[in-house]
Design a protein around this ligand. Structure first.
Ligand SMILES: [Zn+2]
Length: 285
């Protein structure tokens, strides 16, 4: 890297520093992002007041108290394996599985999701994921910490779902790693960002299949063999209990592919902790 920098002509270096091009470019990008995702426009219902909502935290998210109170926090009420809430919000016990997981279990053992991925939470999560709203991180970490407290206390090491280097370059940060690293530190767990790698890029997961089974099969095929452990990762994770961190659990295909790669590399057990669980339907009992 230092050699590459040396090869840049001095006149170019001077021009860049004198004109302060990089900060200007960065500022223009920030302004564009602010227009696309304005901080105070994550919801459109600013008049509803819920006096029970924590005001500072609400203020930090850019949500009104009303929008905050409509976020559905999940904790451990849903399926133990995929975190999908049961019909009617019933609590069926800590190890209850939904019909889907009973019939076709995922390779990971447990999942906890902080909230449901729906109209109320989507704006906040997308702002964190795509609009550099790293200022939301303390609030989201609080949610994850609460929802995943038991899994965090059991795990040996925390691992984020990796991005492919091309996507990382495009997005500039891995949102899962931005959550996983401080979470591991808070809960005094080991952390590894590079043990698990995404070895090929995957497409945006849009399936044309008409049935849920068909859509799931398409998503699984899209991420099959997309992840692998590095040699150092295998040495580091062998025989250990890994907690995988991601932002949204949609079909579970990505987390499954990660878990399969981890187990293939000798990991003893995998659990998952996500910000939100996308579930268009509740799980039948
Ligand atoms: Zn399930």
């Amino acid at each position: 890297m230092r050699d590459h920098l040396k090869r840049i002509p001095k006149s170019v270096k001077r021009f860049v520093s004198e004109q302060a091009l990089l900060p200007r470019l960065r500022s223009a990008c920030d302004q564009m992002i602010e227009v696309l995702y304005p901080r105070q426009a994550l919801d459109t219902d600013p008049d509803v007041i819920n006096f029970a909502a924590p005001p500072r935290t609400v203020q930090a998210t850019g949500l009104s108290a009303g929008a905050w109170s409509s976020i559905r926090f999940l904790s451990d009420e849903g399926c133990a394996m995929c975190a999908r809430p049961f019909e009617g919000g019933l609590y069926m016990g800590p190890d209850a599985l939904c019909t889907f997981c009973s019939q076709t279990p995922f390779p990971f053992k447990h999942t906890r999701a902080a909230c449901l991925y729906d109209e109320a939470s989507r704006g906040l999560i997308l702002a964190f994921k795509h609009a550099d709203r790293l200022d939301l991180r303390p609030v989201l970490l609080g949610w994850l910490s609460r929802a995943g407290n038991d899994l965090l206390s059991q795990a040996d090491i925390v691992v984020p779902v990796p991005l492919h280097p091309s996507r990382l370059f495009e997005r500039r940060f891995n949102q899962a790693a931005e959550l996983a690293r401080p979470l591991a530190r808070q809960h005094k767990r080991d952390y590894s960002a590079d043990a698990l790698r995404r070895i090929r890029p995957t497409h945006k997961q849009l399936s044309q299949a008409r049935t849920a089974k068909g859509r799931m099969a398409d998503r699984m095929a899209n991420v099959k063999d997309a992840f692998a452990l590095s040699e150092a990762g295998e040495r580091r994770l062998k025989g250990r209990h890994v907690l995988l961190i991601d932002d949204v659990f949609t079909s579970g295909a990505t987390l499954s592919a990660c878990a399969e790669a981890l187990l293939k590399g000798g990991v003893r057990r995998v659990d998952c902790l996500v910000l939100a669980r996308a579930a268009t339907q509740t799980a039948p009992l």
